[in-house]
Each structure stands twice: as C-alpha cells, then as structure tokens.
Design a protein around this ligand. Structure first.
Ligand SMILES: C[S@@+](CC[C@H](N)C(=O)[O-])C[C@H]1O[C@@H](n2cnc3c(N)ncnc32)[C@H](O)[C@@H]1O
Length: 330
C-alpha cells in the first residue's frame, strides 16, 4: 500500500469512523488487506508490551492479550458485585422494540454482548479505539455491533440517537478536559428521557496497607505527570454531570470491592487484577527510578503483604436523565 493511501486511511480513522463489523460483507479482499496492514502499523511495542500507535492517545494501558484477559476478568467481577449490568431505571425501556444503547470504551465487548442477549429488542453499539479486543462475529448476537472509534474525536452519531449510554472503567483513558468534552458529546447523542451511566473506582485503598497504598499514590502521580490523566476521576464526574443543564435526576450508588483471599475467590481474582493493572503501566518503574526487575520484586512483596489484610476499593455508579429543553417533535 502506498504511503499516501496509508496516511489517508490513518487520517480517515481519526476523523471519521470505519466500521468493524457492520459492513464487513461488503469488503473486497484488498480492502481487508489494507485494513489489516493499517492495523499492523497501528501498534508499537514498549517494554515488551503492545500499545496503540497514536500519539494523541493518553490511554495508559497496553493493547494486548494480557490487558484483554484483565479487562474480561474485571467485567465479570464488576457484574457479580453490582448484581447486574446497570443501575439506571431503564429495564422496561430496554425490552421495548427500537431501543438503542451505546457503550463507550467497550474493551472485550462482554457488557454489550450480555446486554444484547438479555434485551433482544434493543440494538447495542459498542465503540472502542482498539478493535483487536472486539469479539468475533460468531460470539455476537445480531443486535450488537462494534465500531472502531476514538471517543476523543467525537461520538460519530447524530443528536438524540440513544436511549441509554454506558461508560465504565475509563479512568485511564481521558484527561479532565477530554472528560468534559466527551460527556457533552454523550449528552448530545442521548435522546430526551434517555439515561447515561458512569462506573468508576475510587483508587484509595480502604483498611490501608501502607506499602500498596503508597504504590497506588505513585501510580496516580505518574499518570498525572506523564499523561495528564486524573485516576481519581470518580470525584469529578458528579460535578461534570451537575454542570450539564440537560441532565436531571442525578443518582449516585457505591459498592465495596473487596480484594485478597479474605474474600474468597472473588477477592483473590480482584487483587490479582489490581496487580496486573499495575504491571501494565509500563512507565511506572522508570517514574519510580527502578529497574523492571526491582519493580516486579516490589510488586510481589507488596501484594503478598496486602493479601494478609482485608483491603477494598469503593466503586461508584452515577446516572442521570436527559431532559431536553427543545424536545424533538418526532
Ligand atoms: C479499562 S478498559 C474498560 C473496558 C470496559 N468498559 C469495562 O468496563 O470493563 C478501557 C477501554 O477504553 C478504550 N479506550 C481508551 N481510550 C479510548 C478512546 N479515546 N476512545 C475509545 N476507546 C478508548 C481502551 O481501548 C479500553 O478497551
């Protein structure tokens, strides 16, 4: 593929959106080869981990199998803990024909698939910047589709399109300024009387073990200094929601997220998941002026110690309803 056509594809993928699955039946082999080549060029390797090759992106976490596994486990633990996939009062609406749902930063896509299976009358669109995590077509119910899209460049749908918008565990993805723009855009695509729901953790350890708490503080400082990301974004989101004129009926719920073997297998896997997250932030050892080996030994020691305490995080859900000042007539 010529450099020019490759560049035009890269630019197209930044500004517009190309569909992952929707129109795949229309693709010729050449198109697929071009897209594959674009995908291959879309990744870079750093410290042995694969990252999306996009300088505009502040996503801290790699795009590889290890992260996919971690994100799958995280989804299952979260669904179990919240006893379901959402808290907004949309249950009835989701079983009405023609209901539309949007999931931002869908990761492994399991939330979208579950929602599609549980609510066959709804249509679900799940977007993520990294298509390598999308499930294969045979894992996907017919009412679910996946789009490759960088949410920072805008949500590529007309206003008043969705009845329900979900955005979950995106603490590592956006700066505060980007959060504000993205929330505005999500409210734009939400229909009158539609609901938007956020799920984000408070990364402060409860029943603190000093060493692990300190490590998480280093993570927070590193994210702020290197990528401008505030990992305590759960504190800001309520302010952003309240600042939006069109959002009403603000709700906040929270749960404990226990970690460590004191809480059985759930706790064991939840702690393991936190360890994998810290291992995935590949710039952290350098920021802490350590070699990778020193950092990994420190992680092993700190997590072994943490497992002896009853530690937990708190995870928050915020949800609110759009009430348009200018209600569309149709
Ligand atoms: C930690 S995962 C969350 C996955 C899922 N929402 C969940 O709750 O388990 C963050 C996801 O956001 C995606 N992401 C990061 N930056 C993004 C952006 N600018 N636009 C769209 N997706 C993005 C990543 O590729 C990743 O799949």
């Amino acid at each position: 593929m010529s450099k020019k056509s490759k560049n035009s594809l890269i630019n197209a993928s930044k500004n517009e959106v190309w569909k992952h699955d929707l129109d795949s039946s229309n693709f010729e082999t050449n198109d697929i080869n071009e897209l594959t080549s674009l995908l291959l060029d879309s990744y870079k390797t750093y410290n042995g981990r694969q990252f999306l090759n996009d300088d505009d992106l502040n996503c801290l976490l790699p795009s590889d199998k290890i992260v996919l596994e971690r994100s799958t486990l995280s989804y299952l633990l979260m669904r179990h803990r919240w006893k379901g996939n959402f808290c907004s009062p949309v249950k009835e609406k989701l079983n009405t024909s023609g209901t539309t749902i949007l999931d931002i930063g869908c990761g492994s896509g399991l939330w979208a698939i579950d929602m599609g299976l549980n609510h066959p009358s709804s249509s679900i669109i799940a977007i993520d910047i990294d298509p390598s995590k999308f499930p294969s077509k045979d894992q996907c119910p017919p009412n679910v589709c996946f789009l490759t899209c960088n949410a920072i460049y805008g949500i590529p749908f007309p206003q008043n399109t969705f009845d329900f918008v979900n955005i979950s565990m995106m603490w590592s993805a956006f700066t505060e300024a980007q959060w504000i723009l993205i929330i505005k855009d999500l409210v734009r695509v939400l229909k009158h009387n539609g609901w938007i729901e956020f799920t984000e953790p408070d990364p402060t350890l409860r029943n603190g073990v000093k060493n692990l708490a300190w490590l998480i503080e280093c993570l927070s400082n590193a994210c702020r200094d290197i990528t401008g990301v505030n990992i305590h974004i759960y504190e800001e989101i309520p302010k952003y929601i309240r600042a939006m004129d069109e959002l009403e009926d603000f709700n906040c719920m929270h749960i404990d997220y226990p970690m460590g073997e004191w809480y059985g297998y759930f706790g064991k896997y939840a702690l393991e998941n936190l360890k994998r997250t810290l291992q995935s932030v590949v710039f952290l050892p350098k920021y802490m002026k350590m070699s990778n080996e020193e950092f990994n030994n420190l992680l092993d020691d700190y997590f072994k110690e943490a497992n002896e305490f009853k530690i937990s995080f708190t995870v928050y859900k915020y949800f609110a309803k759009k009430v348009s000042k200018n209600v569309p007539i149709i």
